[in-house]
Design a protein around this ligand. Structure first.
Ligand SMILES: Nc1nc2c(ncn2[C@@H]2O[C@H](COP(=O)(O)OP(=O)(O)OP(=O)(O)O)[C@@H](O)[C@H]2O)c(=O)[nH]1
Ligand SMILES: C[S@@+](CC[C@H](N)C(=O)[O-])C[C@H]1O[C@@H](n2cnc3c(N)ncnc32)[C@H](O)[C@@H]1O
Ligand code: SF4
Ligand code: SF4
Length: 338
């Protein structure tokens, strides 16, 4: 298949596609889906508003033709979407796809690992914000302990999946877990990436004073370990990578707040209901689902996507201020998928 290269107003190519497959989750992480908002009365997307697997596959094919090489499935919790293994099987078989990954809280990962691997999944990024039960349970607000997540990580590795761990760090929430998490995952030779707490959505009460920056985390780690930089493995890689000196084990930093990386952002996002976003912090999406359901041809859909990407000017993290963080309308993280 001939893949084209389309670039936006700042010359950034369209290369990665993140697809959110559900807005539901079995966790209620306080920084993402606070229970006060996402409680029992919260109305999630009804099934008919979700993109079907046929629709996701059709869009993925079109995006691949337009230059996408890497697809990541996310959510809400993507492993809650019924039939997710068969969706991965369909996507993994598409011509032109070089990499397919999934981001998950991993509660369901252990029992699904062998099937996910057999379906063609290559990589999983597991979110785990603490190694100590008490802190983890306070964060997920859903009575999940760390051991099932750790078991899933071990099972996924055994199944042959590449595994990395993501930890959102928020001051006063889990900063005391920075070093214990490093020690734990260094021992298992698993890459741990620290994510600066971000001002996504309207409900997570973000304030700059809650952000533990890359520099602060790096300084904490440096009291115990010597870290040396590692080159990015592809253009636009989200994390800044380091390795523990004398080992092949890495740590990374996702520095959206202290060192934004918009100038190399090659990522498009499709939410569970088929809205297309050109930035994680977008206020509004473009409804691809209705277009799909209106009988539009693949060529017309390609033109639509190209024209949206060509006029893309997003660089939210470069422009972030206290004012934008407080007042700009932004889509919720659990819906757009991170
Ligand atoms: N600000 C910002 N954050 C992002 C972007 N892409 C990913 N992230 C955040 O980075 C964190 C980790 O993302 P993952 O889902 O693991 O994806 P990834 O880091 O691209 O995955 P790899 O392919 O393994 O490098 C999540 O909190 C995402 O919300 C982005 O374009 N902008
Ligand atoms: C929205 S979740 C979706 C996938 C899955 N439920 C999970 O937690 O891995 C994707 C990623 O976004 C991260 N995230 C959510 N809210 C965040 C915030 N306010 N700042 C930084 N990262 C956040 C999560 O920790 C997770 O690593
Ligand atoms: S971060 Fe992931 S696991 Fe936590 S509430 Fe959000 S979607 Fe669910
Ligand atoms: S803030 Fe928007 S433009 Fe910047 S890196 Fe994140 S998704 Fe890309």
């Amino acid at each position: 298949m001939q893949q084209s290269v389309i670039t936006d107003k700042f010359g950034r190519a369209l290369q990665d596609l993140r697809i959110s497959v559900t807005d539901r989750c079995n966790f209620r992480c306080r920084y993402c889906m606070p229970r006060e908002i996402f409680g029992k009365d919260f109305v999630f997307l009804p099934k008919e508003h979700l993109l079907s697997f046929e629709e996701i596959e059709r869009l993925a094919k079109i995006f691949l033709k337009l230059g996408v090489r890497k697809i990541r499935l996310t959510g809400g919790e993507p492993l809650l979407r019924k039939g997710i293994v068969s969706l991965i099987e369909r996507l993994a078989a598409l011509e032109g796809l070089q990499d397919i990954g999934l981001t998950t809280n991993a509660v369901l990962l252990g029992k699904m690992s062998d099937d996910l691997k057999a379906a063609g999944l290559k990589r999983v990024n597991v979110s785990l914000d603490a190694i100590e039960d008490e802190t983890f349970m306070q964060i997920n607000d859903s009575n999940y302990r760390t051991q099932p997540v750790i078991n899933s990580i071990i099972k996924a590795k055994k199944a042959g999946l590449e595994v990395k761990v993501n930890m959102v760090v928020k001051k006063g929430m889990n900063d005391h877990q920075v070093v214990p998490m490093a020690a734990f995952f260094k021992d298992l030779s698993i890459t741990l990436r620290y994510i600066e707490f971000m001002d996504v959505g309207q409900t997570n009460g973000w304030d700059f004073k809650h952000v533990l920056t890359k520099k602060e985390i790096f300084d904490m780690l440096s009291e115990h370990y010597s870290l040396e930089p590692v080159d990015p493995s592809y253009f636009g890689e989200v994390a800044k990578r380091y390795r523990y000196q004398g080992t092949n084990t890495e740590v990374g930093f996702i520095t959206s707040v202290s060192e934004s990386f918009c100038s190399s952002c090659t990522r498009a996002r499709i939410a569970a209901d088929g809205n297309f976003y050109t930035c994680l912090f977008a206020g509004e999406g473009f409804n691809l689902k209705d277009l799909l359901r209106s009988g539009i041809s693949d060529e017309q859909m390609e033109e639509t996507i190209v024209s949206r990407w060509k006029y893309r000017e997003d660089r939210y993290s470069d422009e972030r201020t206290e004012e934008t963080a407080r007042n700009r309308k932004k889509i919720e993280m659990s819906y757009i998928g991170g």
